[in-house]
Write a protein that binds this ligand. Structure first.
Ligand code: PRP
Length: 189
């Protein structure tokens, strides 16, 4: 997989496609066991979660429903604005349902905090959060992530849904800046 050059920056693969897909298969199997006999609603937070959502539900063996909402706190910046904007609302019925919030990455935790407050205005049967990536050292809000694909260092990453100025979401692998990569620091949760 060739490095990606953005200006003077070189991005190299941090998590290859096969490792991502293996982990998603495990998460799908775990969710299948945990939600046996129920019909959860997977709620993807756009835009970043679109690929993960697709692969996760393909690995979920059972009845489920899906919906999306669109939040944005980063815009085109690398640093969060600290404010979450809801650009598309939920359309599903959340009362008395088992909700599974699907994120590509939890960074400060602001988006998940926003989701928790939004859902708290309703009466779901349950709400859990699954995130492909988590930056434990970046967390600023007290949020619980129930299912984590990979804990990663506090570095800027792109690919597999994650963007740089809206581009590179379509990459199958996840990339980080070459000078930031220490493969051993990517740990499976
Ligand atoms: C990114 C990402 C998460 C959120 C995580 O979304 O997809 O939703 O930031 O960061 P946080 O834990 O600090 O809230 P972004 O606002 O960049 O929008 P996008 O998904 O459209 O890229």
């Amino acid at each position: 997989m060739a490095p990606i050059k953005i200006g003077e920056d070189r991005f190299v693969v941090m998590l290859p496609e096969n490792r991502i897909q293996e982990r998603i298969k495990e998460l799908g199997e775990q969710l299948t066991r945990d939600y046996a006999g129920r019909t959860p609603v997977f709620i993807g937070i756009l835009n970043g979660s679109f690929l993960f959502m697709s692969d996760l539900v393909k690995n979920y063996q059972g009845d489920c429903e899906i919906d999306f909402l669109k939040l944005s706190s980063y815009g085109d910046e690398k640093i969060s604005s600290g404010k979450v904007r809801m650009l598309k609302e939920l359309n599903c019925e959340v009362n008395h349902r088992d909700l599974i919030i699907v994120e590509d990455i939890v960074d400060s935790g602001l988006s998940i905090k926003f989701m928790e407050e939004l859902i708290a205005q309703h009466t779901p049967a349950s709400m859990k959060v699954v995130s492909l990536l988590m930056k434990p050292n970046s967390l600023k809000y007290d949020v619980k992530i129930d299912y984590i694909g990979f804990n990663i260092p506090d570095k800027f990453v792109i690919g597999y849904g994650l963007d740089y100025q809206q581009k590179f979401r379509n990459l199958r692998d996840i990339y980080a800046l070459e000078q930031d990569i220490a493969v051993d620091s990517v740990t499976l949760d």
